[in-house]
Design a protein around this ligand. Structure first.
Ligand SMILES: NC(=O)c1ccc[n+]([C@@H]2O[C@H](COP(=O)([O-])OP(=O)(O)OC[C@H]3O[C@@H](n4cnc5c(N)ncnc54)[C@H](OP(=O)(O)O)[C@@H]3O)[C@@H](O)[C@H]2O)c1
Ligand SMILES: [Zn+2]
Length: 428
């Protein structure tokens, strides 16, 4: 099946008063509208993501992946709003037609299955329900979704993974099967793992989730020359990057990037989402004690064991948390950084560069997911390379998880093979 997978929806934020919740009576079905936009983005020429989008699907597995991907796209709309709950999207489909779609909009509000099934109404009888996570089987803020699925008359449920939450973990699927509903697990698993990586890793006790995010030109450069700040990607990519920030508790950069780019590292394009805590790798403690982040964010400055005491004291006085980590020849061990942050309550980390920081995390295998934004420009030989030293292909151990587009940019997504295997063996 030749199609681009939209990991992230296009530039839509759900409307404030109707953020993915119940349909307005007589009003426009906003989620269907969004779904149609997503269909246009991923399947050019498709009428509305229905039959024609599926015409070249390679059999039933391709169809399942298609609709799981649609549900994943919807789920991303709530990035940063559902913690500690996962991001979940759902699509109700019969004869290739989408009858209802929805997502869990915010912690404490309706689950995705409820929204999608309510939209489908009686037409849900005999349909297939695609959900990005195993439906819940317990009473939380809302009644268990499996009860509503059974009552709706849905005849098949497709999920990419089980829910590691011990109150659900397999019970949702078992209950559906006991009631004669066919339930299949595994379609689109890698993409679904990227959607909720911090949630999966923490529930399974597998340590903090570490995601790498880099923007590169077509010739693999991350800046047009050393010391120059460049906008490489477009607004669509920035919105996606901010969704990534929204699902992580910390966002890490090297001191050179702080000084050169003066990045804000916030989520300003998203509505009502808290920005993660900035973490700066800074062996010589050059981080400015008057940096604006210190006014209202928890800032971590990570340095080497022998960094000057007086500078550390000035930074600590201005509100920064100075963390000393083991280092070999000034090289701080990324795994030690992740562990130190975990002890301070930061259990998921987005690493945004620059080149030396990125290389350090990749060569040490200290990453779970990687999002590379590629823009169609060339910076030429003067440009700064993505990686500051040759990265051996074998050392990367990356499994391609899909690609999407954001305006003129391509977004390439990878999951670390070890992370993938550890999660798939427990959840699929
Ligand atoms: N396109 C993008 O996505 C993107 C993102 C961020 C930044 N950038 C660009 O990248 C450039 C900056 O990259 P850069 O490589 O010069 O700097 P950097 O990675 O931002 O920071 C380098 C600093 O961090 C230290 N450092 C990095 N890893 C370390 C480790 N494991 N242990 C100890 N110290 C470590 C370095 O120490 P040493 O001095 O000992 O090496 C150096 O002081 C800028 O031009 C910026 O615009 C691009
Ligand atoms: Zn539920």
């Amino acid at each position: 099946m030749e199609r681009r997978v939209a990991f992230f929806p296009p530039d839509h934020s759900p409307p404030k008063k109707h953020s993915g919740g119940k349909p307005r009576r007589g009003g426009v079905n906003r989620v269907d509208e969004i779904r149609r936009e997503i269909a246009k983005e991923i399947a050019p020429g498709a009428s509305d993501g229905g039959e024609s989008a599926l015409a070249d699907a390679s059999g039933a597995a391709g169809v399942d992946r298609h609709f799981v991907d649609e549900a994943i796209d919807l789920a991303w709309l709530a990035a940063g709003k559902t913690q500690p709950n996962p991001l979940v999207g759902a699509v109700v489909v019969k004869n290739g037609e989408v009858l209802g779609a929805g997502y869990h909009p915010r912690y404490g509000e309706d689950h995705a299955e409820t929204v999608a099934l309510e939209r489908a109404g009686d037409a849900a009888r005999g349909s297939t329900l695609y959900v990005t996570l195993e439906p819940c089987a317990h009473h939380g803020n809302t009644p268990p979704c499996v009860g509503q699925i059974i009552a709706s008359g849905v005849s098949r449920v497709v999920v990419p993974t089980l829910d590691p939450d011990t109150r659900v973990n397999g019970r949702g699927i078992r209950t559906l099967r006991e009631r004669g509903i066919r339930a299949d697990v595994g379609a689109g698993a890698e993409r679904a793992l990227l959607l909720n990586l911090p949630y999966f890793k923490s529930k399974l006790g597998l340590g903090p989730a570490v995601t790498l995010k880099m923007a590169v030109t077509l010739d693999g450069k991350i800046a047009s020359m050393p010391g120059r700040r460049d906008d490489i990607t477009g607004e669509g990519s920035r919105r996606i990057a901010q969704r990534l920030r929204a699902i992580h508790e910390g966002v890490l950069v090297g001191i050179e990037t702080v000084i050169t780019d003066e990045p804000r590292l916030d989520c300003r394009l998203l509505d009502g989402v808290k920005a993660p805590s900035p973490v700066v790798i800074d062996p010589d403690l050059r981080f400015p004690a008057a940096h604006p982040w210190l006014a209202d964010r928890r800032v971590f400055v990570v340095t080497v064991p022998h960094a000057p005491e007086d500078k550390a004291a000035v930074l600590a006085d201005s509100g920064a948390r100075v963390v000393r980590c083991d280092a070999k020849d000034r090289r701080i061990d990324p795994a030690a950084v992740v562990e130190a942050l975990r002890r301070d309550g930061v259990t998921s980390l987005l690493v945004e560069g620059g080149a030396r920081v990125f290389s350090s995390f990749v060569t040490n295998g200290a990453w779970d997911a990687m999002f590379v934004f590629v823009s169609p420009v060339l910076f030429g030989p003067e440009g700064v390379d993505l990686a500051d030293r040759a990265l051996e292909r074998a050392g990367l151990a990356a499994v391609f998880a899909g690609a999407s587009r954001a305006g003129d940019d391509a977004v390439l997504c990878y999951i670390n093979r070890k992370t993938r295997d550890a999660l798939v063996s427990r959840l699929c």
